[in-house]
Design a binder for this molecule. Structure first.
Ligand code: GLC
Length: 748
């Protein structure tokens, strides 16, 4: 027998290695098993059955025709596949009546929750809390799989730097690192430890690639993205999702540098397959394949199918150019059957990974958790952390001695809007609005008065103003809920003006004339411009579209049960004329200085020098990326580096002390930025390289540490090599991208 300590310690490493090898072997065995099963199946399939797997249809129209198509192996997937009975019926036909019994895969837009609707993704990004975002995605996966869904068309990781674009709501903002962390967290949350687990669903990183760079923010518009910018910025979050193991991607609508994204060999084959070794599958976005005809990139469906298939789009969503042309493209020797096999194997691989061949109904029946209290608690927590306090002139948190509170505005009780865009399965009646939550919290302690003021955020009539003003007159304090209806946000909902729609600005000013203290909560699916009212209200809390628990979340923050901790994932312009405006911009040869600061919006002043600025607005954003206030104050000090000269391959330790110098407990997102001062190409003035959330009690200090390595300093250089270059770097740490605590280091 071993004498206690030393001999066991000696063999422990060996046991560990053996165990790891066994686990690894099991993993490898599973992978090999799947590859064997894929290869075994593909050789038994006819060309027609292979092309059938590449067809995704809607469960719409003549059901008998659809049944026959499935029976004949001509459809491999449905999106929006109706209720559970439909899904079970059609799956039964596929696995029991088709020749090879290949199961269907059901896809759905589960973008920010299924029934338990979370804040819109832009709001989730404002938490800067990947672990919490991952939990929310796992809740969405659990609920969606209970409904027989196998695959979600999320996360959307298009870098978005233009608030005119309605789909910025679905994005994770302007920064590649933050979007990459958030997208990867959502992929992990959706897919869990194994896709074969019944409460997980396949993820789909979209829209590949460059969709968020639509010219003028108009949806579906042209995008021009030089390869260096594509690789340094727009592709980064997709790489993050592929590295996190996303099962699928969705090819985008947009014309990318003259080659539509759904027929773009460079992105779909050279980058995605050859460089990133992706082996799942790509589904087209809706009709993006046949839309290549409208783009003028294909003369007809035959050519559109050719270009999409050749580039590497595995599955066609709703249109039928593959079904109608691929067989002939093979006969005409334009596409080889070997390449078709590769495309089909990507689809079969994911169906095997999902366990659909062994468990085609994959039903979670034992303990349905949809809309459980636990899931609602997650929704409330992520909603609280998404709230960004933009301004607070001594009003929040609300004092305990408030007797009468006036709740005013079109979004105080609009359950539909608070859910936000892309909630095909969310129910407004499951939402708790701010008004309902305030009344619940107030009980008989506080008298809550309510006046809508305007029917919707787009209302042009001021008929409701008198009632709103009278209501405010009777209160000690006023909480206003304004912003943007959810139907103004999302796909094909770009806006050329990004101010508060309707007569909301007038409503806020009318109520402000009562002299009552006002806390303004803005709900919207994008950054808005509202500088003209910031001096009329005490506090401004930006709530995005906060999901079903938005009401209770806002109430917790209003009354100080939680201190706001959200940080902006996107810059807020002062006026739409500044767009695009983002923090990691280039310096130009004529950067502006303090001399050009403080220009009143809209009042052209005397020219102030030949530099890059506007005559009629301050060149800085209204609120910068990474910005967000707390009820307490955080002080940064003792920024230290382990060394000030590093060599290639070295790592650099950074430490900073963060102190809570205020009187409330609070969470702070500590952000680390660097600037590469000189490069073989020009470099951004700042780049986010890391961030950490910490909580601090009043008076508490913590030392926060980061580790950077030279890989973190890489970019695509003048010769298009991905490399870090020697030279001087600035480094900042703080609670926003305009952090001032800085130091320097040199990369030798
Ligand atoms: C839409 C969207 C895409 C969505 C798909 C299916 O056009 O662009 O994001 O997943 O169609 O609904």
């Amino acid at each position: 027998m071993f004498s206690r300590n030393n001999n066991i310690l000696k063999v422990l490493p060996i046991i560990t290695v053996v165990l790891l090898n066994v686990l690894n072997a099991q993993e490898l065995h599973k992978k090999a098993a799947i590859e064997d099963r894929v290869n075994d199946l593909i050789v038994r399939m006819t060309l027609s059955e292979k092309i059938g797997q590449m067809q995704q249809s809607q469960m719409r129209g003549n059901k008998d025709n659809l049944r026959n198509a499935v029976r004949n192996g001509l459809i491999g997937s449905f999106l929006n596949a109706g209720d559970l009975e439909d899904k079970l019926e059609f799956q039964k036909i596929a696995v029991e009546e088709s020749r090879l019994g290949i199961p269907l895969i059901y896809g759905r837009d589960v973008i920010h929750g299924y029934k338990t609707v979370f804040p819109i993704p832009l709001g989730q990004a404002a938490t800067w809390h990947p672990e919490l975002v991952e939990t929310a995605a796992s809740v969405a996966a659990a609920e969606a799989s209970e409904a027989g869904i196998h695959w979600t068309f999320a996360p959307m990781v298009d870098i978005s730097r233009d608030p005119r674009w309605g789909r910025i709501a679905e994005s994770c903002g302007e920064d590649p690192l933050l979007a990459s962390k958030m997208g990867a967290a959502m992929v992990r949350g959706f897919q869990g430890k194994s896709l074969a687990d019944q409460n997980t669903i396949a993820a789909c990183a979209k829209h590949y690639a460059g969709y968020g760079a639509a010219e003028s923010g108009k949806d579906y518009n042209t995008t021009w993205i030089p390869e260096r910018l594509l690789r340094d910025v727009y592709l980064v979050p997709f790489k993050g999702c592929v590295d996190a193991g996303t099962a699928t991607l969705m090819s985008a609508f947009n014309d990318l540098n003259g080659i539509p994204a759904s027929g773009n060999e460079f992105t779909l084959k050279t980058v995605l397959r050859d460089e990133w070794n992706f082996n799942g599958y790509v589904v087209s976005d809706w009709a993006s394949i046949t839309e290549m005809i409208a783009h003028g990139f294909a003369a007809d469906e035959y050519e559109a199918a050719f270009k999409a298939a050749k580039s590497g789009v595995n599955m066609e969503m709703v249109t039928r150019s593959y079904a109608n042309n691929l067989e002939k493209l093979v006969e005409d020797r334009k596409i080889s059957e070997e390449w078709i096999d590769e495309l089909v194997k990507g689809i079969l691989r994911i169906k095997f990974k999902l366990g659909l061949f062994d468990n085609p109904f994959r039903l979670v029946t034992d303990n349905p958790e949809t809309l459980s209290d636990k899931f609602r608690e997650t929704a409330k927590k992520i909603s609280v952390e998404s709230l960004v306090l933009l301004q607070n002139n001594n009003m929040l948190p609300l004092a305990d001695n408030i007797k009468t509170l006036a709740v005013i505005g079109p979004l105080a009780d609009d359950a539909e809007s608070q859910l936000g865009t892309w909630v095909p399965d969310g129910n407004p009646e499951d939402a708790v609005t701010p008004l309902a939550a305030l009344r619940e919290y107030a009980g008989n302690k506080i008298n809550v008065l309510y006046s809508r003021g305007m029917e919707t955020t787009r209302t042009k009539s001021k008929d409701g103003f008198d009632d709103a003003v009278e209501t405010a007159e009777r209160a000690d304090a006023v909480i206003m809920f304004c912003g943007e209806d959810a139907l103004l946000s999302g796909e094909s909902h770009s806006r050329a003006y990004i101010n508060l729609p309707g007569v909301q600005t007038d409503l806020i000013k009318a109520v402000a004339r009562t002299g009552k203290p006002i806390a303004l909560i803005i709900m919207a699916g994008r950054p808005l411009t509202f500088g003209e009212i910031k001096d009329d209200v005490n506090s401004i809390l930006f709530a995005w579209h906060p999901g079903i628990m938005g009401g209770p979340a806002v109430v917790d923050v209003l009354f100080g049960k939680a201190s706001p901790s959200g940080k902006l994932p996107v810059s807020f312009p002062r006026t739409v004329g500044q767009v695009p405006i983002y923090y990691s911009h280039k310096n130009t040869g004529r950067p502006p200085s303090e001399d050009q600061l403080g220009i009143e919006p809209g009042t052209p002043e005397d020219p102030k020098g030949f530099v890059s600025y506007f005559l009629d607005v301050d060149y800085t954003p209204a609120y910068p990326f990474g910005y967000g206030l707390s009820y307490t104050d955080f002080e940064y000090s003792d920024l230290k580096l382990s060394k000030h000269e590093i060599k290639m391959g070295d790592s650099l330790e950074i430490s900073v002390t963060v102190s809570n110098t205020g009187s409330y407990a609070g969470e702070e997102v500590v952000q680390l930025y660097v600037r590469d001062l000189v490069g073989s190409v020009t470099r951004p003035v700042k780049e986010l390289k890391s961030f950490k959330r910490i909580n601090l009690l009043p008076g508490e200090s913590k030392e926060v540490k980061f580790v950077l390595n030279t890989d973190d300093l890489k970019f695509w250089d003048i010769n298009m090599n991905y490399t870090a270059e020697p030279g001087d770097f600035k480094l900042w740490v703080g609670g926003s991208s305009d952090a001032e605590l800085e130091t320097m280091f040199e990369l030798e």
